[in-house]
Design a protein around this ligand. Structure first.
Ligand code: ATP
Ligand code: AMO
Length: 434
C-alpha cells in the first residue's frame, strides 16, 4: 500500500494518497463528488466526467456507501468543498466493496436502536459521536495513568481467574480450572492490598472485573473496567484526596485535548472540569439530607444502604461530586477498617456523581488479628483466604485505596443514558456476542 495521508493532513499543493470509507456520493451530472471519511475527518474527491478517464470516474462514483477506497491525486484548494480542499483523482481503487444493504447508517442520518448498534459496533463506531466517546475514554485512561505516575504509583496486573470472591454483595461467575472450582475475579482488591505490603508500596491497575449481577439496569455491566488504586502509608482521607485528583485530572485532560470530540457530542459549551474541594458528608449526614428532601416514601434509618432514589435526591441537593464517609461497618466489606473508638463505624467511603456511585474505597484493616476477626464477623471462613491473610503476619503497612468503574466515569462525564454506550462490546445478561 502506498504512503497514506490522513484527510486532516492533506494540504493544497500536496500530491497525496488518501484512504477511507465512502461517506457519500453526490452526482450532479457533469460533476460528481465522493466524500471520503477516515479517522481524522472527511475530504471531497472531485470527478469531472468530461475531463477524466471514464474508468476512473466509474470506479469512484459507483462504489457503494461504506466501501473502502483509496484515492491518489492532487490536493487543491476549493472553497466550495466542505473542508476547503479537495482531491482531483488520478487513481481510484476500491479496496473493499461494501454490501449495499447496510445494517445501520454510519452517516447517522437514520437512527438505529442501541441493540442494533451494539450488534454492529464496527459500523456504529464509524459514526462521529460513537467514535468520540471512545476517543474520550482513551484520553481519560491516558490522563489517569499520567496522574498515577505523578503521585508515584506503579501499574500492576493481577489475575482474573481466582479462588475466592471479595465483594459480598455481588455474585461470582464460576469457571472450571483443571477440575477445580474457580471464579472470574470481581475486583483486584486482595491482590492490590498484597502489593502495598511489597516493595512497590503504591500501585494501580486498569483492568476488567466480572460480576454476575442480577440487575439489568442502565448502570450495571457483567464485565466492567475498574481503575484500582492502593497505597501504603496513607489513610482514607489521603486516599480521597488522590481519588478527587484522579477525577479532576481526567476531566481536565478531556477539556484540554478533546474539544473536537466534545463538539461532536454536543457538549463543548457545557463541559466543565469540576473545581473546588468535593464535599465530604458522613453517612449520617447523607441519610439526614436524603430524608429532608422528602423524596423517599420511607425514611432511611442508620444501617440502611442508600437506595438509588436516595442517591438521586442527594445528588440533586448537593449538585456536584461529593464523598460519603463513615459508613456503618456492617454494610462495608471485611477489608475496611473500623474506627477503634466506635467499631460500628467504618473508614469506608464512596465518591458520588449526582447521578450515581462512581467509587468505593477506604482505609484497610492491616492488623492481622483484627482482619481475621472481621472475616468471622461477616460469616466468612478466614482459612479460604489464607493466601491473603498470612501476608498480614509479615509486615503489612497501614494502607488505603479505592476503585472507579471506568464506564460509569465515562457515562457521567458525557451524560450518556446507558452504560452500554461507554463500552465497545458490553456484556450484560442478554449479550454475550459480539
Ligand atoms: P462542470 O463543473 O464541469 O462545468 P457542472 O456544470 O455539472 O460541471 P457546476 O455547474 O460547476 O457543474 O457545479 C454543479 C454544482 O456543484 C454547483 O452547485 C457548484 O457550486 C458545485 N461545485 C462545483 N465545483 C465544486 C467544488 N469543487 N466543490 C464543491 N462544489 C462544487
Ligand atoms: P465496588 O464494588 O463499589 O468496590 O466497585 C467499585 C466501582 O466499580 C464500579 N462498578 C461497576 N460498574 C459497572 N457495572 C458493575 N456491575 C459494577 N460494579 C462496580 C462502580 C463502583 O463504584 N474493592 C472495592 C473497591 C475498593 O475498595 O478499592 C470494590 O470493588 O463505579
Amino acid at each position: 500500500m502506498q504512503d497514506r495521508t490522513f484527510t486532516a493532513d492533506a494540504e493544497p499543493g500536496d500530491h497525496a494518497t488518501v484512504a477511507g470509507w465512502v461517506h457519500e456520493i453526490r452526482d450532479l451530472g457533469g460533476i460528481a463528488f465522493l466524500i471520503l471519511r477516515d479517522k481524522t475527518g472527511k475530504i471531497q474527491v472531485k470527478f469531472e466526467k468530461d475531463e477524466m478517464d471514464d474508468d476512473l470516474v466509474e470506479t469512484g462514483i459507483n462504489a457503494n456507501r461504506e466501501s473502502v477506497v483509496q484515492v491518489t491525486g492532487a490536493v487543491e484548494e476549493e472553497e466550495r468543498a466542505p473542508t476547503g480542499v479537495e482531491v482531483v483523482p488520478e487513481d481510484v481503487e476500491v479496496l473493499a466493496e461494501a454490501d449495499p444493504q447496510l445494517p445501520l447508517d454510519p452517516s447517522g442520518k437514520v437512527e438505529a436502536d442501541l441493540s442494533t448498534r451494539l450488534d454492529n459496533r464496527t459500523l456504529d463506531a464509524r459514526k462521529d459521536e460513537t467514535k468520540a466517546i471512545f476517543e474520550i475514554r482513551a484520553e481519560i485512561l491516558r490522563a489517569v495513568r499520567e496522574y498515577f505516575r505523578s503521585v508515584g504509583s506503579t501499574e500492576i496486573n493481577t489475575p482474573k481467574i481466582v479462588a475466592t470472591g471479595t465483594e459480598g454483595g455481588t455474585e461470582l461467575f464460576p469457571v472450571t480450572y483443571f477440575g477445580r472450582e474457580a471464579f472470574m475475579n470481581q475486583s483486584p482488591q486482595l491482590f492490590k492490598q498484597l502489593m502495598v505490603g511489597s516493595g512497590l508500596e503504591r500501585v494501580f491497575e486498569v483492568g476488567p472485573i466480572f460480576r454476575a449481577e442480577e440487575h439489568n439496569t442502565p448502570r450495571h455491566l457483567n464485565e466492567a473496567t475498574m481503575i484500582d488504586f492502593e497505597s501504603a502509608f496513607i489513610d482514607h482521607e489521603e486516599a480521597m484526596d488522590v481519588c478527587e485528583g484522579t477525577l479532576k485530572a481526567a476531566y481536565s485532560a478531556v477539556e484540554e485535548n478533546c474539544q473536537d470530540e466534545l463538539e461532536r457530542l454536543g457538549l463543548a459549551e457545557e463541559f466543565e472540569a469540576p473545581s473546588g474541594d468535593f464535599p465530604r458528608l458522613t453517612y449520617e449526614e447523607a441519610i439526614e439530607r436524603i430524608n429532608a428532601t422528602g423524596e423517599l416514601d420511607e425514611q432511611l434509618v442508620w444501617g440502611d444502604d442508600l437506595p438509588t432514589e436516595g442517591e438521586k435526591a442527594l445528588g440533586d441537593d448537593v449538585g456536584g461530586h461529593y464523598f460519603v464517609t463513615d459508613w456503618p461497618s456492617e454494610i462495608k466489606p471485611f477489608y475496611i477498617q473500623d474506627y477503634d473508638d466506635d467499631p460500628e463505624l467504618s473508614k469506608g467511603f464512596d465518591l458520588m456523581h449526582p447521578r450515581m456511585e462512581l467509587v468505593s474505597g477506604g482505609q484497610r484493616e492491616h492488623r492481622y488479628d483484627e482482619l481475621v476477626a472481621g472475616f468471622e464477623q461477616q460469616g466468612l471462613d478466614p482459612d479460604q483466604f489464607e493466601y491473603y491473610t498470612k501476608m498480614f503476619k509479615y509486615g503489612m503497612p497501614p494502607h488505603a485505596g479505592w476503585a472507579y468503574g471506568v464506564e460509569r466515569l465515562v457515562m457521567t462525564m458525557l451524560d450518556l443514558d446507558n452504560i452500554r454506550e461507554a463500552v465497545l462490546f458490553p456484556r450484560d445478561r442478554q449479550r454475550l456476542s459480539p
